[in-house]
Design a protein around this ligand. Structure first.
Ligand code: HEC
Ligand code: HEC
Length: 322
């Protein structure tokens, strides 16, 4: 017993030295790979999982935040990204979830039972002062967490996953607790801002069409290049074909190849129909899906097929069918 205690003291002193040098980041820093800061990991099972992460050298390929070594794949924010069953499938068979990935399988972790004494050693690292009183209750809490996580994964897997009470499960709990770093949040915010600026620029062009003023859209629609026509046709098939037919002959939506038009078939009117849509008839506004150039290209394509009378065209409809 005394030898064991001495070992623990040496062990904890050593760890204390390492942990002592780690500083706490402002956000919940679950772990820095080299020295996991166990104090900030919220769940017992995740504490266990952090250890499993280290033991299996996930850090050979991964880092936990966006900054850091370029060659490492960041797991920043991965905690909020997928359901637990996704992580399960990834660890069992990575290629099933990410085609062609070079991440190896860690299926064997689901054969490794969770070990009470191993967990105890982790708690020693976590808190040197009063770990003795809390080990049992923490182990109990851990097992409750196991049951909860297991139930949620099994539901997703239709009852599969008998092997779940294992180190693999602890690792999933840990992955689920990896937060989004402030740096990544800032990056997302910047991307959103740029997107908003871009959309505002689009909106200027859309308004010109609605006011029947020349714009990028009508310029392209009226004088398309060959490439514009090609792209316009492709975009039409992808976005509009389901309702208006692959060749504009009409299905749910009206035939666009006849000479019956409800809202006019000049460039302004066609572009307007695309920009604002017909929400009351099931056609969404495309102003947030397509940019002005693309709407110009589709309009050019529609101008080229209008009044060509597709042989299988849907019967014309001059007025709205209420
Ligand atoms: C040999 C390198 C390697 C090792 C070791 C490795 N991975 Fe991966 N991992 C990858 C690659 C490559 C990807 C796919 C990234 C991509 O292509 O976008 C990946 C993807 C992931 C993802 C998905 C990330 C996302 O945002 O979609 C998770 C989670 C993950 N790994 C966890 C782990 C865990 C946990 C371990 C240790 C048990 C581990 N990996 C070990 C290479 C590795
Ligand atoms: C979910 C089905 C749906 C999709 C997808 C859809 N539309 Fe429509 N569209 C309709 C319906 C229904 C109408 C008829 C509304 C009405 O009665 O005024 C319509 C009307 C139109 C009109 C006006 C026709 C006229 O007679 O004035 C145009 C032009 C048009 N759509 C083009 C498009 C283009 C281009 C796309 C793809 C970018 C598209 N639509 C995608 C269902 C759809």
């Amino acid at each position: 017993m005394e030898i064991l205690m001495t070992k623990i003291v040496i062990f904890t002193t050593f760890l204390g030295l390492i942990l002592g040098f780690t500083h706490r980041n402002e956000y919940i820093n679950i772990a820095t790979i080299e020295n996991t800061n166990f104090d900030t990991i919220p769940s017992n099972l995740a504490i266990y999982g952090a250890q499993v992460f280290k033991e299996n050298k996930c850090q050979r390929c991964h880092k936990l935040t966006t900054d850091g070594k370029k060659r490492l794949i960041s797991l920043d924010g991965v905690g909020g990204k997928y359901p637990a069953s996704w992580f399960y499938n990834l660890l069992i068979d990575p290629k099933a979830m990410i085609p062609k990935t070079r991440m190896p399988s860690f299926a064997s972790l689901f054969d490794k039972a969770l070990d009470n004494s191993k967990f105890e050693a982790m708690l020693v690292m976590k808190d040197k002062s009063d770990w003795t009183q809390t080990v049992d209750s923490k182990w109990e809490q851990l097992n409750l967490e196991v049951d909860k996580l297991k139930t949620s994964i099994k539901q997703d897997l239709n009852g599969k996953g008998e092997e779940l009470s294992s180190e693999g499960l602890a690792l999933i709990a840990y992955l689920q607790s990896i937060p989004t770093s402030p740096l990544l949040v800032a990056q997302y915010e910047k991307e959103n801002l740029l997107r908003e600026i871009e959309l505002a620029k689009h909106e200027v062009e859309f308004q010109k069409v609605l006011n029947k003023e020349p714009s990028v859209i009508t310029d392209i629609a009226n004088k398309p290049l060959k490439s514009d026509m090609k792209i316009g046709k492709k975009l039409y098939i992808e976005n509009c074909g389901v309702c208006h037919g692959q060749e504009g002959q009409g299905t749910i939506g009206p035939n666009l190849t006849d000479d019956y038009w409800i809202d006019g078939n000049d460039s302004y009117s066609i572009a307007k129909s695309i920009i604002v849509g017909k929400p009351e008839y099931g056609m969404l506004a495309f102003r947030n899906q397509l940019n002005p150039q693309e709407i110009g290209q589709i309009t050019a394509y529609l101008r080229s097929i209008k009044e060509t009378n597709h042989p299988d065209g849907k019967a014309g409809q001059e007025k709205r069918i209420e």
